[in-house]
Design a protein around this ligand. Structure first.
Ligand SMILES: [Zn+2]
Length: 247
């Protein structure tokens, strides 16, 4: 079976259901879940239609997860956001306002509030998550050095509100699960796994809770977009290796 297809993602979901209770980020942050959980987070950076396909698949399996949407044109599609929220999934805000405001925290805060207002027309945003652009010199999380997001009615941040020493973090950044291609997305320790099939093997014997981050744009069943994703990610990974080496 090819990796990074919806079919492979279905297998991963089935493995999660057998071994964990899947939860949304807001459930984990607010402590409204217990036992061995799998926090399921999706960052919608591009291709919102792929996020919709993942949301439908999870809904079919009885899973509710969290989708963080950027507010960029082509990604912020109200119809898709509304449909995903109506399925019982959590929709959160994938913010990148410090990049947009080129480090001006005051302007960034204004962008943030405007974006939250756009979401509020469709659904209630309870948690947020920064978008990590590897080429930008700013860290979007630095917005909260002088402000508290709770003053805006936000219950938590998908990085800042999580104690990563208590949960194993996995991300498909770089189109494998090793984490070696993450420039800013360093959620902490994780064991050595690369393919989704290796991840599933690991999860079967895993005693602790896990936090799994995916980018739905990477998961394609059709061969053409799947191959295109493979090629562009290979190029990006080469760039990130250079970038990490320089940092
Ligand atoms: Zn992102």
């Amino acid at each position: 079976m090819r990796d990074f297809t919806l079919e492979a993602y279905r297998k991963l979901c089935e493995c999660i259901l057998e071994n964990f209770s899947p939860v949304r980020v807001v459930d984990y942050i607010t402590g409204s879940c217990d036992g061995k959980v799998a926090v399921l987070r999706h960052d919608v950076d591009r291709k919102p239609e792929n996020a919709l396909a993942v949301a439908r698949l999870e809904r079919e399996l009885g899973i509710a997860s969290t989708f963080y949407f950027r507010t960029t044109p082509g990604v912020f599609v109200p119809e898709i956001i509304g449909e995903i929220a109506a399925m019982g999934h959590e929709v959160g805000y994938h913010y990148e306002v410090m990049d947009r405001a080129r480090g001006d925290a005051e302007l960034a805060m204004r962008y943030f509030e405007e974006d939250l207002e756009r979401f509020s027309q469709i659904c209630r945003v309870e948690t947020i998550c920064m978008h990590g652009n590897p080429l930008s010199p700013w860290d979007n999380r630095s917005l909260w050095r002088s402000r508290d997001f709770r003053s805006l009615g936000i219950k938590g941040d998908a990085y800042l509100s999580i104690d990563f020493s208590r949960i194993l973090y996995f991300t498909d950044t770089g189109r494998d699960w090793s984490g070696r291609y993450s420039v800013k997305d360093n959620g902490g320790r994780r064991p050595e796994v690369e393919s989704t099939f290796e991840l599933m093997e690991f999860l079967k014997g895993c005693a602790s809770s896990v936090y799994i981050n995916t980018h739905p744009e990477r998961w394609n069943d059709a061969l053409l977009p799947w191959t295109a994703q493979l090629l562009t990610q290979s190029l990006k990974n080469m760039g990130k290796v250079v970038l990490k080496w320089r940092l």
